[in-house]
Ligand binder design. Structure first.
Ligand code: HXC
Length: 516
């Protein structure tokens, strides 16, 4: 072969490699309403920034005619590129090659990208579209998965990791996404389960469709496995670019500070009007968030799960913060099992990646009930306490209305770790609500009264006046300052800038044992 023939041969092979499983299979992928691996990468990355790794890797196994189904790349496209000018590593499984199934060499390609992501301290993105372990490769495939899980685990807390499920993600394949920080899914496209409908029917007799079992809505609303849900692949990948732009590349860096055109001295009088006169009336805490933080900067995480808590990223004078807020619209904002899990996991992500936490507090307590107790609310609720206590990032709390009992501690206690605690004049801080408290401590007096109901109301009011107002806590230094709603944004920015360089050490240990 002369030089020209060698180059021609290279070009031919390269064209063939870029076609994945071939035109027919690509057509089938499009007919299912799905993009190909390369189209997805193009949408995600800045244009012309993709550098492919090991594109000519191919299957080594030969059993079951695998040697006759050899495709360059082995069912996965991997490499690195840029998102808004910042480096990321990634892979996208190519369903057009053996159903994107994971065999030995496919896993090697993924592992190479994972290794470089960790070594360079660079975010990792995995786009999953795969039938799972390549059945013909047996143990080689299982070995490959194990390598990937371990690399995901070692990278956890070092670089942000994102899983975009854009097709099937079945069997053991689900555990790699589950170890990463965020899972993004698309309605009608994503399906994630350990065993599919057929196996379930055979084992338990239950009948269910793919989507109901493991579609985007199921994982965003019921199981809590996924964090974001979208109508289209395009929307999903564009959102991921935005999310990445809020985060540092790794745990040694601070999050990028964005340009901010929302004035830092903007007053927030709307918050006074948003706060209902009746303390039992709910409001949407997202309306508060929209006023306090930089305009249109809020990215809610797990919006459809554990909804008595709202968590997400926002910007405050261009700095990324993690918001941990009570949502009185759901279960009167009581902390329950799912919202506790959601909040604790989010707090730990923020702490791992140097993102300050802002809590917006209006919470009556942990949810009472047999199902909650038997479901382990003690253990789940403890996760929030643990996550806040172990965190070293700056933390600011704002008590809007109620902050009672254990939930006061979780959301706003300086002793647990909040660095600055602000309260509105409407704040109520106590071991429990006035009604419950009065019924317990004035029980005899109420019973003995001529008009017990009148007495009860009188005692409730007395309790509110003496114990619950924020000046008691402020007088003891447990609340740093009392602020007016219209000064919220200004005070939040001042508080954050005051403590943003805070450093805190923890005793050396192998790792803690969070109540899982
Ligand atoms: C080898 C596979 C494969 C797999 C799909 N293919 N999954 N090849 N190993 N796991 C191949 C198919 O044989 C087919 O090849 C091509 O990919 C496309 O698949 P289709 O079935 O035609 O596509 P579709 O109808 O869209 O169905 C997609 C699917 C289905 C739902 C993912 O293929 C399926 O159920 N696959 C098996 C899923 C599974 O049980 N995986 C193993 C899980 S156990 P041809 O050449 O015929 O077109 C597991 C344990 C790992 O993962 C544990 C690690 C910890």
């Amino acid at each position: 072969m002369n030089n020209q023939e060698a180059v021609d041969n290279y070009r031919k092979k390269r064209d063939q490699m870029l076609k994945g499983g071939g035109e027919e299979r690509v057509k089938a992928q499009h007919e299912k309403g799905k993009l190909t691996a390369r189209e997805r990468i193009d949408l995600l990355l800045d244009s012309d920034s993709f550098i492919e790794h090991q594109p000519y890797i191919a299957v080594r196994a030969t059993d079951f005619d695998l040697d006759k189904k050899k495709f360059m790349g082995d069912g996965v496209v991997s490499g690195s590129g840029k998102v808004e000018g910042r480096q990321v590593f990634l892979f996208a499984q190519d369903f057009s090659v053996l159903g994107g199934s994971l065999g030995e060499m496919h896993a090697e390609r993924i592992a190479e990208a994972q290794t470089l992501s960790l070594k360079t301290g660079t975010p990792f993105i995995q786009i999953n579209d795969s039938g799972g372990a390549r059945i013909q490769e047996g143990i080689l495939s299982l070995h490959g998965y194990a390598k990937i899980f371990k690399a995901n685990t070692l990278a956890s807390g070092v670089v942000p990791q994102f899983s975009v499920i854009l097709g099937p993600c079945a069997g053991g394949a689900v555990y790699s996404p589950a170890i990463t920080d965020f899972i993004l899914m698309v309605d009608g496209v994503s399906k994630m389960y350990i065993t599919g409908p057929d196996v379930i029917k055979a084992v338990t007799g239950e009948v269910i469709g793919h989507d109901e079992l493991g579609g985007a809505a199921t994982h965003c609303q019921k199981s809590g496995n996924a964090h974001f849900r979208f109508a289209t692949e395009q929307e999903c990948l564009i959102f991921l670019r935005k999310l990445i732009s809020y985060l540092p590349a790794n745990n040694r860096e601070m999050p990028p500070v964005a340009e901010n055109d929302d004035p830092v001295d903007r007053e927030t009088p709307e918050l006074f009007d948003l706060l209902p006169e009746d303390p039992r009336r709910p409001y949407d805490v997202r309306d508060f968030i929209a006023q306090i933080f930089d305009r249109d900067s809020f990215l809610e995480v797990q919006a459809e799960y554990g909804m008595s808590v709202v968590v997400g990223f926002a910007k405050l004078n261009g700095r990324t913060v993690g918001i941990f807020a009570n949502q009185t619209k759901f279960m009167a904002a009581a902390l329950e099992i799912n919202s506790s899990d959601k909040a604790a996991r989010f707090i730990r992500f923020c702490d791992a990646f140097n993102i300050p936490i802002i809590s917006l507090v209006d919470v009556p307590g942990f949810l009472p009930g047999i199902a909650q107790e038997h479901g382990g609310i003690i253990r789940h609720g403890a996760k929030i306490l643990y996550a806040i206590a172990e965190s070293t990032v700056p933390k600011v709390a704002l008590i809007i209305r109620k902050s009672y009992g254990g939930s006061f501690i979780a959301m706003s206690s300086k002793a647990l770790g909040y660095d600055r605690v602000l309260a509105y004049p409407t704040a109520e801080i106590a071991v429990m609500g006035a009604e419950g408290a009065a019924n317990i401590i004035f029980r005899r007096e109420i019973k003995a009264a001529e008009n017990p109901e009148e007495k009860r109301l009188e005692k409730i009011e007395e309790f509110k006046q003496t114990v619950m107002n924020p000046f008691i806590a402020a007088g003891l230094g447990y609340v740093d300052d009392i602020i007016e709603p219209r000064h919220t944004r200004i005070e939040m920015i001042r508080s954050l800038e005051m403590i943003v360089r805070k450093q805190e050490e923890r005793p050396a240990k192998k790792h803690g044992n969070i109540p899982l």
